[in-house]
Design a protein around this ligand. Sequence first.
Ligand code: SF4
Ligand code: SF4
Length: 710
Amino acid sequence: MTKQIVFAITLLITLGVFFYTVNRLIQFFRFTKPAFPVKDFGKRFNTMMRVAFGQTKIFRRPVLGFFHALVFWGFCIILIGSIEIVIDGLAGTERVLHFLGPVYNFIVACGDIFAILVAVSIIIFLARRLFFHIKRFEGIEMKKKSHIDANISLSLILLLMISLLTMNSGYAGYQTSSAAEIYGVYPVGSILAGLFSGLSAGNFKLMYEISWWTHILLIFFFANYLPYSKHFHVFMSVPNVFLSRLEPLGKLTNMDNITREVKLMLNPETAYAAAPADVPVERFGIRDAEDATWKNYFDSLACTECGRCTAVCPANITGKKLSPRKIVMDLRARMKEKGPLMIKNGKEYNDNKSLLRDYISEEELWACTTCNACAQECPININHPSVIVDMRRYLVMEEASAPGELKSMFNNIENNGAPWQYSSADRLNWAKEIGFEVPVMSELSAKGIKPEFLYWVGCAGAFDDRYKKVVRAFARILNRLGISYAVLGTEETCTGDPARRAGNEMLYQMQALQVIETLKSYDVKKIITTCPHCFNIFSNEYPDLGGAYEVVNYLQFLNGKIEEGSLEIPRESLNGAMVTYHDPCYLGRANEIYSDPRSVVRSLTTNFVEMKRNRSFALCCGAGGAQMFKEAEKGDREVFIERTEDALETGAGIIATACPFCMTMLTDGLKYKNKEEEIKNLDIAELVVQAMEKRPLQGIGGERIEKTLN
Ligand code: SF4
Ligand code: SF4
């Protein structure tokens, strides 16, 4: 009875302290903004089973992933044993769940085996942290405290496993030596008990009692240490995965308050009306912790500080200040600092500090390429780019602060409908001297013809001299296949994508609503794009503004035509040239289009080689997130050089690309490396068109292709 009373008091203290701490953290949620509605429970459950319990993200790095998964699964199993200990402690029973029979035996045996596996894994993790220099664990955000915390948490887990094994061996030894029935199966505990065969039953009993108390007290202590530690993810990671964003990574959240404003501005009746006085002024984007959504804050509490995000960030890899882990940790730290002050003084309290600038600099924010490598890698589905873009939104829309080149890009879009200073009257120049009439929507419409597809050419297709060749190549394929399509020509304008990625949501929505109106006037249902950024914005973001279309990327289209046999291209039309393929972030990670481009290239050559970082692991070219229109932030090197080196390492003679920005960056990379004569950077449409027109490539040089495509 004394044992029960002591146990109950200890448990009460533990729960009291735990709920007090967690309640403080939970209280801060009331200062956050709404995020998405939590629905689609089936999908969420699926994601949780796959990502959290199946550890799929962790297994992206299989060896260490294996050890981490062992720890996670071990914890899940051992948790059941811990529940039994609590019941036993309160009720004064012994192995109370043994009535479950074989199920009990199975769970206990698994827990016993996992205890040793977890202990070994933890020793490996501790050794890595203490004796090896692992870059992922370093960074300006990783203060000494973070390292000490990680080591304390790992040591506590190790002690938990040791106490569990000692408890099991004490129990197995005592029951055996006193000829009592053993509840459960203890493969490891029994072996360990065998090592102490000289001990008396009484000593085994003492060993069991001491380790039982040690184990449960460690659990109680650990539970209360966790909320102050990076290992709080033990509690938070599974719910965080359940609450994941379910949308494609390429999609940015629509700002409905901006939509309201833009619609008022575009409506002649309300354009000049004063805003109603009773409507509170809303903040655009994130300046401080309370501007973040509840999901951003939840993410920050769940972050394990593992650094997987930072390790794959192209900006960080190339020595720029940005570290996605730091963004998440800074949000948490700022809320921890400001939360109690807001509780005391109200939400409006101003301590003359903010997340922006006091924690996160503008330089960090402008270094992001929105490549989504961080979000792809994060084992608990944290989405960093959404916070970064929201902070850019604040800078651009509330402070009119952005790098000068981006301001010029905004002006160009506003005035010319393109990120560069070109006249929209020249939008169809690419189609001159192509050898056939490129159908234009307005002309077809005047004749009462409604084409099946709108081919969205995009600003790079219309104005970039190199990319015009790609657009011409694709138009030739459409023409050869007799596809019913048309382009908008001079009626086309920028989709608003670069403005949106750079934080200018207002400009983006003005462009988008204008495009949607144009498409509505032609009753457009299906769109083909060559540019992945246009593809992403039409597929994922226009629907939020009422523009829902069937959107096809040209590589999906080409692969479909090859597979159905309507596009015949001779195999080996590249004369055995070795080809590698660079995954554009906005096709790959953003929209998971990995196999179509590869299938098309493989239908042209048997000599296809992957770069070391490919598919969802692919490194960005460095141009996304509006980087294309500005100088790169300060760093050790350029992202495009790093990516060009990946391509050169393969020994391929042709780098196949599928995005106008990737093409520019890799071509620059080849020039920087003095390889532009030797190695060609060609779009897949260009490779297909020369094969389709049966103009075999001579050597591996692309000159002939380029000539014929001009
Ligand atoms: S989106 Fe890309 S560049 Fe931006 S933080 Fe994530 S990994 Fe880094
Ligand atoms: S955000 Fe995700 S990947 Fe980055 S440190 Fe936190 S848990 Fe790890």
